[in-house]
Design a protein around this ligand. Structure first.
Ligand code: SF4
Ligand code: SF4
Length: 196
């Protein structure tokens, strides 16, 4: 299974200058600050990008609302995900498909320029602990068989000429243990979300 190509198709990275992924690394690493300063950070997507976004779980929304003091209506859009998006998410990991909850998607609101509602001049305005889990994992994900998988993104500075996902994690100052912990949490939250 070529997860990278699936992901690239999903996010249509050829058409955008800075792809929204809803996923920031868990630390405001220097490399990410530079990426954002260049307008290429992963919290921004093309105007047509929302169509391909994954969903948020209700638990994540609750945490974000509490941390930001904003009502969910201010930063969440409830819409329908296309079947193709659900299939692509399922191919990456069933947990991601569960965030789309049979097409009932709760996604982050983006502005006309594709920037996430929470994106500020210095990056995400949410404290790291309150960010969506996928934001905190990006650009490395854990595949269904457990191996680390890189979400191929030419605009991602952390990925430039990296030998693989572990090198990208090191550049972002993130440990594999932390990443796997976030993944385990995503499994739990998405499973509960899909039942609601
Ligand atoms: S919630 Fe924060 S980390 Fe996630 S896309 Fe929005 S600005 Fe980026
Ligand atoms: S370097 Fe990669 S992970 Fe960091 S902000 Fe840029 S695209 Fe996101």
């Amino acid at each position: 299974m070529d997860y990278t190509s699936i992901y690239n198709r999903l996010y249509n990275t050829n058409l955008i200058t800075g792809k929204y992924c809803c996923f920031m690394p868990p630390k405001e690493s220097t490399i990410c600050a530079l990426c954002h300063a260049r307008g290429r950070g992963c919290c921004r997507l093309a105007a047509d990008g929302p169509d391909s976004m994954f969903g948020l779980t209700k638990a994540e929304i609750k945490t974000m609302a509490k941390a930001s003091g904003a009502a969910p209506e201010e930063f969440v859009v409830a819409d329908r995900a296309r079947a193709g998006v659900i299939a692509a998410a399922e191919a990456l990991h069933p947990a991601l498909a569960r965030t789309l909850n049979h097409g009932r998607r709760l996604r982050l609101k983006v502005d006309a320029g594709g920037a996430c509602h929470f994106l500020g001049p210095g990056g995400c305005r949410l404290p790291r602990r309150a960010r969506p889990l996928f934001c905190r994992m990006y650009p490395v994900f854990v595949a269904p068989q457990g191996e680390l998988t890189l979400m191929g993104d030419e605009a991602c500075l952390a990925q430039g000429q990296a030998a693989g996902p572990r090198e990208v994690l090191a550049r972002l100052g993130q440990s594999e243990k932390e990443l796997r912990g976030l993944h385990a949490r995503l499994l739990r939250l998405s499973a509960a979300h899909a039942l609601e």
